[in-house]
Design a binder for this molecule. Structure first.
Ligand code: SF4
Ligand code: SF4
Length: 342
């Protein structure tokens, strides 16, 4: 299908601020806005905001722990759109009947914490609080964040709602506030454009669907030939084959690296240093998992809890032998699934 635009970029006259009087109307409006989880997962937000156990959910956790290196778009949002963020929290808490809300922010963003604390105090809001997290990857991972804020352990396959929690990314919640302020559906995305191949790294807000090379052009273009372009951060982002791809809803970063930065050094033998185990937030044993994968031993992979691995990449990053441990775990999960082990 080819869409021919009139290139006018005018606002459609039918845009209206939504009105919601109860949860079904709120969920319907969120669905109409096109909102999905903007932190990366793209899970439809109207489904998240309509949990089966609605009477059991009580807490909102806003994930503002932007923990991957390079990415600063959520930080800018908290400084520039704090009013929408707070309004979004209040709307979600009101319609879902949540009694308390926490905005989890890393302690290297003290200006954002102070700004939000001041706004919350000025508005007399006491049931929403900022929650200071240590600035350490991967504090923004769902299970890690739930544990940090509530002390509750959440295994893979368990949903935050099962623990009474609605957990949503900071950009998603701020969009709710903006949508109920001006009625504009989700048509733009804020993202970080960075990497040593980009002439003028910056944070931008671009219409969804903009081609990546146009966004790079806006940031001064390439200052050197990009060897690797990532959609997302360096730990969990996806390498893309062309900058003609469009910006999508969950794009929080475009990173372009030169040959010197993107060069992957050759893998060497494991020296049994144990650093991968120490780096894992779930204390998995990546070396044992790698051995089990080499043997295609589905039972051993399952017993070693490969399905708990969230592929955060911390083990691969820390490994002095540059072993692709996170990727091996991804393949290992496939072995377990194929064997039909629950
Ligand atoms: S990728 Fe590595 S560090 Fe991250 S959860 Fe999996 S095993 Fe642990
Ligand atoms: S970090 Fe790398 S070298 Fe060290 S034990 Fe793990 S796999 Fe082996």
């Amino acid at each position: 299908m080819v869409i021919e635009t009139d290139k006018q970029q005018e606002i459609y006259e039918g845009i209206e601020v939504p009105v919601a009087n109860d949860l079904p109307e709120f969920v319907k409006a969120i669905r109409a806005s096109g909102l999905v989880g903007l932190g990366g997962a793209s899970f439809p937000t109207h489904i998240k905001f309509n949990p089966k156990n609605i009477d059991a959910v009580h807490t909102l956790i806003v994930n503002a722990a932007e923990c991957e290196p390079f990415i600063t778009s959520d930080h800018r949002l908290m400084l520039e759109d704090a009013e929408d963020l707070i309004a979004g929290c209040q709307l979600v808490m009101k319609f879902l009947g949540l009694s308390e809300g926490f905005i989890g922010i890393e302690d290297n963003k003290m200006d954002a914490i102070q700004h939000l604390d001041q706004l919350l105090a000025a508005k007399g809001i006491t049931n929403i609080k900022t929650f200071k997290l240590q600035a350490r990857y991967p504090k923004g991972a769902e299970r890690v964040l739930v544990y940090e804020v509530t002390g509750k352990t959440m295994n893979a396959g368990v949903l935050p709602a099962d623990l009474g929690i609605i957990l949503s990314n900071v950009t998603t919640i701020a969009f709710v506030g903006q949508y109920f302020r001006n009625g504009m559906p989700l048509i733009t995305k804020r993202m970080t454009v960075d990497g040593d191949a980009v002439a003028r790294p910056t944070n931008v807000i671009a219409p969804i669907g903009t081609q990546i090379h146009d966004v790079i052009e806006f940031c001064g273009g390439y200052k050197q030939e990009p060897r690797k372009i990532l959609m997302g951060g360096p730990m969990m982002g996806r390498a893309i084959f062309s900058d003609e791809l469009p910006i999508v809803k969950n794009n929080n970063a475009i990173l372009a690296f030169s040959k010197a930065q993107a060069l992957v050094k050759e893998e060497t033998a494991c020296i049994n240093c144990g650093k991968c185990h120490q780096a894992c937030p779930f204390k998995l044993i990546p070396t044992a998992l790698a051995k089990a994968y080499d043997m295609r031993d589905a039972q051993a992979l399952s017993d070693l809890k490969v399905m708990q691995c969230m592929e955060c990449g911390s083990c691969s990053y820390i490994c002095p032998a540059r072993r692709p441990l996170a990727f091996t775990n991804k393949l290992g999960k496939g072995v377990v699934k194929e064997a039909g082990i629950k």
